[in-house]
Design a protein around this ligand. Structure first.
Ligand SMILES: C[C@H](O)CC(=O)C(=O)O
Ligand SMILES: [Mn+2]
Length: 352
């Protein structure tokens, strides 16, 4: 039987030093970042993302404070790697063009400019600025399950018109099933310029990270985000070394060294994790209910504070279709639920 991905080239983008920051409550040290980045570089990973979990401008009360500034992380990692390109995440509004220029100065050469899947029109200045700097520029449509294929095409075309060289379908909630991915990526592939690359960023909350990324490649994506050992928000990103093993068996080329990646996962990244990044009751709920993976630890904290099960809070956040940037609504939701359940007395509410 012919190998389904025979001859396909896949460009991998590792996320463990950016999405993985969510799983570590932003507490990865510069030394740990450098060690992991060297390992990724040595294993042939072409792009690795490294910033605060929420990207440039992410250090804040809302999103938490990292152990170092983005500039410190980027500069240390960029000078430690030989071949890999260092990338950053930028959510327009949280990160600014000033911060993008500063990241470039420290050595960042690629950027994911990220917007909600219906709000590409908040990104033209940041995409144009990245192109002026000569960066590899991606438009990154988050929570893509909340827009249908036709709607996503409209948003992707906007990003392409602003100068994005790649447009990503981003399954921030780990909600999608392979057919959802196929439909969206095929629609983008049909509508965008053949020179524009298409990417897919998956979360493993429903155990679909590998299957969804394969569906994306089969439908025309050439760039895949993943994390060695899966270190990322929720149940983590598509586990990179597992993806490499599977697609190699299917005949694709990633240009990476699988055994080096396995060793890096086992010997370096897993020991750095605070808790195992895995599918458990709460991370599975993220996927099932369609909730932004980044909300997991915020929801667990709010649930504990107000005595409501985290799963109930997450289901409610999914029902309300809360999106990135609405982190304060997690506390509001948990508090309202506690009040409705008679767990909060008015006096206690005032004290809060
Ligand atoms: C800020 C988010 O963590 C971006 C991301 O990785 C996603 O939406 O998924
Ligand atoms: Mn993510």
């Amino acid at each position: 039987m012919a190998k389904r991905l025979k001859g396909r080239n896949i460009t991998l983008h590792d996320m463990c030093l950016r999405d993985g920051m969510h799983a570590k409550r932003e507490q990865i040290s510069v030394a740990e970042m450098v060690r992991i980045a060297k390992g990724l570089d040595d294993a042939g990973i072409p792009y690795l993302q490294c910033t605060h979990g929420a990207g440039l401008g992410g250090n804040s009360l809302q999103h938490g404070f990292a152990l170092a500034s983005n500039e410190e992380y980027i500069s240390a990692v960029a000078s430690a790697v030989k071949n890999a390109k260092v990338s950053v995440l930028l959510l327009p509004g949280l990160g600014t063009m000033r911060e993008l220029k500063s990241a470039y100065k420290e050595g960042a050469r690629s950027v994911h400019v990220a917007t909600h899947c219906t709000e590409a029109d908040t990104s033209p200045q940041h995409i144009a600025c990245a192109r002026e700097l000569g960066m590899d520029t991606t438009g990154f449509l988050m929570m893509a399950h909340l827009n249908d294929a036709k709607g996503l095409v409209k948003q992707a075309k906007l990003m392409e018109s602003y100068g994005a060289q790649t447009v990503y379908v981003t399954d921030s909630a780990g909600f999608m099933l392979p057919e959802d991915v196929t439909e969206r990526i095929e629609a983008l592939r049909d509508a965008l310029d053949p020179k524009t690359e298409i990417g897919f960023h998956g979360h493993h909350n429903m155990g679909m990270g590998i299957a969804n990324s394969i569906a994306a490649v089969e439908a025309g994506a050439s760039r895949i985000d993943a994390s060695v050992a899966g270190m990322g928000a929720g149940a983590g990103n598509t586990p990179l070394e597992v993806f490499v093993a599977v697609v190699e068996r299917m005949g694709a080329n990633t240009g990476t060294d699988l055994f080096k990646l396995m060793d890096l996962a086992e010997d370096v990244i897993v020991p750095v994790m605070e808790k195992p990044v895995r599918i458990d009751r709460d991370s599975l709920t993220l996927g099932y209910a369609g909730v932004y993976s980044t909300f997991l630890l915020h929801a667990k904290r709010a649930a504990e504070r107000f005595g409501v099960p985290a799963r109930d809070v997450l289901v409610e956040l999914g029902r309300k279709k809360m999106i990135g940037g609405q982190e304060d609504m997690i506390i509001d939701t948990a508090m309202t639920m506690a009040k409705e359940r008679g767990l909060l007395k008015e006096k206690t509410l005032e004290e809060l």
